[in-house]
Design a binder for this molecule. Structure first.
Ligand code: ATP
Ligand code: MG
Length: 631
């Protein structure tokens, strides 16, 4: 093993040599002429002239060598079913789906919108698309009609693949009525809708438009559909960001660079070996689902678990029982899920044999120390935070234990991942910050590594103007996140650049205050927002979900806990950061991908209209807060 510093340096000083080597992790139909073309910055083209196919690399090449190894393990605690597909079986199902798509007129470059619950057919559809060079656009199942309609209009799909219903906490969530309404609202109507009927909700097919998948599949049981070799730069998919800070951005990803980046990340970061089992608890509607439920583990020749259900149903042991049953070696989840478990008895996690598990990877939001410590103690395995975005497709900051064993530090997602020239810059002057513990905007200097977004779908100008023009005097990619770096080179994410509050001239990151509040023993979850204040400009206001809410109906008890929490912040950060108020709530408003919707919370706290709420998970959370504040 080389040491990581050498490995990293090579990726930066000799990106062509470095990535040419990584490119050997996948099969190429035609070798590339050029590793990297960055003649038109900030656009980057990787493996130019090469031809490959994502589905060939994720499925066919493993099916040829190890046909009987598990590829996809589907577990639904919603409908009480489990199904396992070997690589050979997965290949056949993907070909059946691909044959159906071809019959319905889908070809290379056509878009297919996938609006589905977490069922195997969703993965088949994704893989079938990339198999024939069609571009998929997965929209999180359960988004309501208006959000779905705007995505239909943006992607302009020839076909939509959907299902009758999803299920959540045992309740059937019909998809078809939402889809029908979305298509009615959309300006661009798809020619066909391919419906997977799970038998959960009765639905009325639209004559001439809707096609039943079981019927179509039956016609193609023996159909074979070879992979279409596409250019490395051919788009594989588009996907929207979570919409935490505003209108979602349509991220466009390539084929060759993405395949290489994911294959390399499985090896160097995620400890993924062929024949082992990977369990990512995300949803295919998010980037983690794309990269680390479907493509990453399959590219690595692993079995991947696709889970439909909640982490605490039937009980808090469900995930850990799957780890034991399928000998999961690596798991990927989000801090938000861990915080849900944290409200449960940690003993549930200890009931099962977790000896196969080598690490739990977490990403998606800041991982506060108490939460990290709690899950580390409960599981007894390394907890590995990593930082990235829909835009990047794979980690920007990480601990690459596959290259060289490296310690993690609580609260830090690690150091720059190979391939990424990460810097911190002063937001006002744009100057690079070289010293330790200086707070700046985290930016990435081009050329961006393989796997990173190519552009905003059909909107190059938006790509350039949104991401590359925000730092004065420099053309660098802005993450729109604040960070600091310690003397060992570890980064800490302090929150988003629009999550800074200004209390009497002091600029404070909401993340820092949240971290402090959550160190109080009775805090399960917290959101801090800045609220306009006549005297101080802004003050911090905290919304806390207590671990133990018993007795908190009493105003006295609430005041006592509020005072204790304020004292905690005083001691750790100083009185300037002390929240002016601490409100106790049962639920925080989040996006459907589990991220805090601070902008909505702030708007309600200031008595303003919360704006675009299409990505909110549960509107009652915000409603309850509105009532609490008398808004
Ligand atoms: P939008 O860009 O539409 O506002 P979003 O940024 O929430 O939505 P995602 O791409 O899903 O959409 O989320 C990426 C963001 O999540 C990062 O920019 C960062 O703010 C946060 N994030 C991800 N991983 C981590 C992590 N390990 N630590 C801290 N923050 C993280
Ligand atoms: Mg973002």
């Amino acid at each position: 093993m080389t040491d990581y510093a050498t490995f990293y340096r090579r990726s930066i000083e000799d990106p062509k040599g470095f990535w040419a080597e990584q490119a050997e992790l996948i099969d190429w139909h035609r070798p590339f002429d050029e590793v990297l073309d960055d003649s038109r910055p900030p656009f980057t083209r990787w493996f130019v002239g090469g031809q490959t196919n994502l589905c060939h690399n994720a499925v066919d090449r493993h099916a040829a060598r190890r046909p009987d190894d598990n590829a996809l393990i589907w577990v639904s605690t919603e409908v009480g079913q489990e199904r396992t597909y070997s690589y050979a079986q997965l290949q056949r199902e993907v070909e059946r789906m691909a044959a159906g798509l071809v019959e319905l007129g889908v070809g290379q470059g056509d878009r297919v919108l996938i609006y589905m619950p977490m069922i195997p057919e969703a993965a088949f559809a994704m893989l079938a698309c990339v198999r024939i060079g069609a571009i998929h656009s997965v929209v999180f199942g359960g988004f309501a009609s208006v959000s779905l309609a705007s995505r239909i209009d943006d992607a302009q799909p020839k076909l939509i693949v959907s299902a009758d219903a999803g299920s959540r906490a045992g309740k059937v969530v019909p998809y078809k009525p939402l889809l029908d309404e979305a298509i009615r609202l959309a300006k661009n109507k798809p020619r066909h809708v391919l419906m997977v009927d799970r038998g959960l909700a009765p639905s009325q097919p639209v004559e001439g438009r809707d096609i039943d998948y079981a019927t179509l599949r039956a016609r193609h049981l023996d159909s074979r559909v070879p992979c279409t070799w596409v250019d490395a730069t051919h788009p594989s998919y588009t996907l929207y960001t979570s919409g935490t800070t505003g209108t979602p951005k349509g991220v466009q990803r390539d084929t060759g660079g993405y395949a290489v980046a994911l294959a390399a990340s499985m090896k160097h970061i995620y400890l993924g070996n062929a024949g082992e089992t990977y369990f990512s608890t995300s949803d295919i509607g998010w980037v983690v689902g794309h990269s680390y439920i479907v493509y990453g583990p399959l590219l690595a020749g692993m079995a991947t678990i696709m889970y439909e259900g909640l982490p605490i149903r039937p009980d808090a042991a469900i995930w850990w029982s799957l780890v034991e049953k399928y000998k999961v070696t690596a798991m990927f989840s989000a801090p938000t899920a861990v915080r849900v478990l944290k409200k449960q008895d940690p003993a549930a996690l200890k009931k099962h044999d977790l000896s196969s598990l080598r690490a739990l990877f977490l990403a998606g939001e800041p991982l506060d120390e108490p939460t990290a410590q709690w899950i580390a103690d409960a599981l007894g395995v390394p907890i590995v935070d990593n930082y990235w975005q829909t835009e990047s497709g794979w980690p920007i900051l990480s601990i690459a234990n596959g290259v060289q064993r490296q310690p993690s530090k609580f609260g830090s997602p690690g150091i720059p991942t190979y391939g990424y020239k990460v810097k911190l810059v002063d937001d006002a002057s744009g100057e690079e910050l070289h010293g330790a513990h200086q707070k700046g905007v985290l930016v990435v200097e081009g050329p961006l590594p393989p796997g990173f977004m190519q552009t905003v779908w059909r909107d190059d100008d938006r790509f350039v103007n949104t991401y590359w023009k925000s730092v004065p005097g420099q053309s660098v990619y802005s993450s729109f996140d604040w960070g600091i770096r310690d003397e060992d080179g570890y980064y800490y994410i302090l929150g988003r650049t629009d999550d800074v509050i200004n209390v009497a001239g002091h600029r404070l990151g909401t993340r820092e205050i949240e971290e402090s509040v959550s160190s109080h023993a009775n805090v399960a979850e917290v959101a801090v927002v800045g609220v306009a204040d006549q005297l101080k400009g802004q003050v911090a206001v905290a919304f806390v979900v207590p671990k133990d809410a018993r007795g908190l109906e009493e105003p006295q008890a609430r005041l006592k806990l509020e005072g204790d929490i304020m004292k905690t912040v005083d001691q750790q950060l100083g009185a300037v950061a002390r929240p002016a108020r601490v409100h106790f709530v049962t639920l925080l408003p989040k996006t459907r991908s589990g991220k805090l919707l601070r902008r909505a919370l702030q708007a309600v706290a200031e008595g303003r209209d919360p704006g675009d709420l299409t990505t909110i998970e549960d509107p009652t959370a915000l409603q309850a807060i509105r009532e609490l504040l008398g808004r």
